[in-house]
Design a protein around this ligand. Sequence first.
Ligand code: ADP
Ligand code: UDP
Length: 241
Amino acid sequence: MSTSIKKGAELYRGKAKTVYHCDDPTRLILHFRNDTSAFDGARIEQLSRKGEVNNRINAFVMEKLSAAGVPTHFDRLLSADESLVKRLDMLPVECVVRNIAAGSLCKRLGVEEGLELEAPLFEFFLKNDELHDPMINDYHIRLFGWGTQQQIDEMQALTFTVNGVLKPMFAEIGILLVDYKLEFGVYDGELVLGDEFTPDGCRLWDAETREKLDKDRFRRDLGGVVEAYEEVARRLGVLLD
Ligand code: ADP
Ligand code: UDP
């Protein structure tokens, strides 16, 4: 594949990233913007440097996962805030794994935030902002054609594999991987991890102080959002400009 890629027309503008076509039809360009959204897009703010920090953290994590045998869409970094990825046919579901209770789990079930779960918990959500990403299960996915049984099984298995790689990786740098969301798509008939793994889509707590190092700082107006993301990057050894 050529090393110089020409950016084409915009394909999709999401809440935090813009997706562009390029001159290779098998690839897309992901532009990580500074926009930070919460509550299904009800609140959006610009946080300077966030796009670049997330682009770098995502590249680092995707490469770790590839090395561990997880098929990912990540091809390479193109610039400080852009990456080249395989063009996937995305499944409209979000896969969440939780190691510690937080967020919607606590609201839904009245569980206390911070409760350590005896085993990782898996949940599916429908990717639909207007409906506020409702929780769904295997039956909904099969019945409404959002995925096949094989894709359901593979999404679950791969999401747990990711936990097996990332939980110890973060533990080594004094960070608890509380929970995270993954999205998958199909490339050449194969299920592949897409979208991103950044502090925008997971919960990371300092293991000693339990200080939040993720988007909950924005959701809860705690301040120091990008500084916390940069701290995660620094501990991972991710180089920032
Ligand atoms: P949202 O759509 O939730 O507002 P983003 O701002 O992150 O989210 O937009 C990125 C969009 O690009 C998401 O809808 C995501 O599913 C999609 N996407 C991510 N990776 C790929 C890929 N490799 N191929 C096609 N679409 C992708
Ligand atoms: N998450 C996400 N995008 C979503 C919903 C959730 O990235 O549309 C992430 C979120 O950051 C957290 C995990 O998935 O790391 C679990 O989120 P939860 O169900 O607790 O929902 P929340 O209350 O965070 O919206």
